[in-house]
Design a protein around this ligand. Structure first.
Ligand code: ADP
Length: 253
């Protein structure tokens, strides 16, 4: 018994070490990346001959930097959430779901333009409210939207639908993309899980976006699920409890 306890204790120490290491490495990555990004922007914006390919090359460098910075930020957010899942003080208040979606949309606007994608939004007339931390929720939706764009076709449509259902605010993000095969579907919310681990993973990231989205939704006592028809697209559904007519102080527990 004592040996088992000791082994468990050591395992926990190892997990803590690993998480700390991940957080430190992420931090360390971020600084040089932002420096490279800054210089790439500087070079791109220098006056260069019109026939030079330099602006295009620098544009690609900038995009890659943004992608890496985004991945690092996601890893940092994951570690913050895992660290303080029980102790983190969420900035919980009633928030309008359409405003949270707007914030998330603003951060994927560039990606949508690049893909020439259309965003079709359908919200009920009466504003939907949830109780939560709007910035964290926007983070979660941002990952769903950026996946819908990443894995969706060029000039496709991403549908965002929301409705109130049995005391829940239900939000769906639907794309017309490559879809997810049944063997991968049950695992896509796992940390570091990537459905297509082939060499051509230009679209994919580190496999933490959906994990983070699920953790954030869980922190809000909600649920998230995905359904998909390979080759025809995917639908991600988030259900969050609508605010109860209870004193605001109860909401932060
Ligand atoms: P990644 O950063 O690799 O996109 P995620 O955690 O966001 O990681 O997603 C996990 C995996 O689920 C992805 O690697 C991808 O294969 C699959 N996936 C996620 N969203 C979609 C989508 N909308 N359409 C198709 N596949 C998806």
């Amino acid at each position: 018994m004592g040996q088992v306890q000791e082994a468990n204790g050591r395992l926990e120490d190892l997990h803590r070490l690993r998480d700390g290491y991940l957080r430190n490495v992420s931090h360390e990555f971020r600084s040089p990346l932002t420096v490279i990004r800054g210089y790439a922007e500087f070079v791109r914006d220098q006056g260069v001959p019109a026939d030079s390919s330099l602006p295009d090359v620098m544009g690609v460098m900038l995009d890659s930097c943004d992608q890496m910075i985004d991945m690092v930020d996601t890893l940092l957010e994951v570690s913050r959430i895992e660290q303080g899942e029980t102790s983190r003080r969420l900035d919980v208040r009633p928030v309008a779901l359409d405003e949270v979606v707007d914030t998330a949309l603003a951060s994927v606007r560039g990606l949508a333009e690049k893909k020439e994608a259309r965003i079709d939004i359908s919200f009920p007339k009466d504003p939907l409210r949830v109780t939560g931390d709007s910035s964290l929720l926007a983070h979660a939706f941002r990952h769903l939207l950026s996946n819908a764009l990443k894995y969706g076709p060029a000039r496709g449509t991403v549908f965002i639908r929301a409705e109130a259902r049995e005391g829940q605010a239900v939000l769906e993000v639907e794309d017309q993309g490559i879809g997810i095969s049944p063997e991968h579907l049950p695992r896509i919310f796992e940390k570091f899980y990537v459905a297509d681990a082939g060499l051509d993973r230009r679209r994919g990231g580190a496999g933490v976006g959906l994990y983070l989205a699920r953790e954030i939704v869980r922190l809000h006592r909600g649920s998230i699920e995905a359904r998909s028809q390979p080759g025809h697209g995917s639908v991600f559904r988030v259900s969050l409890p609508e605010p109860e007519p209870a004193p605001a102080s109860e909401a932060s527990t």
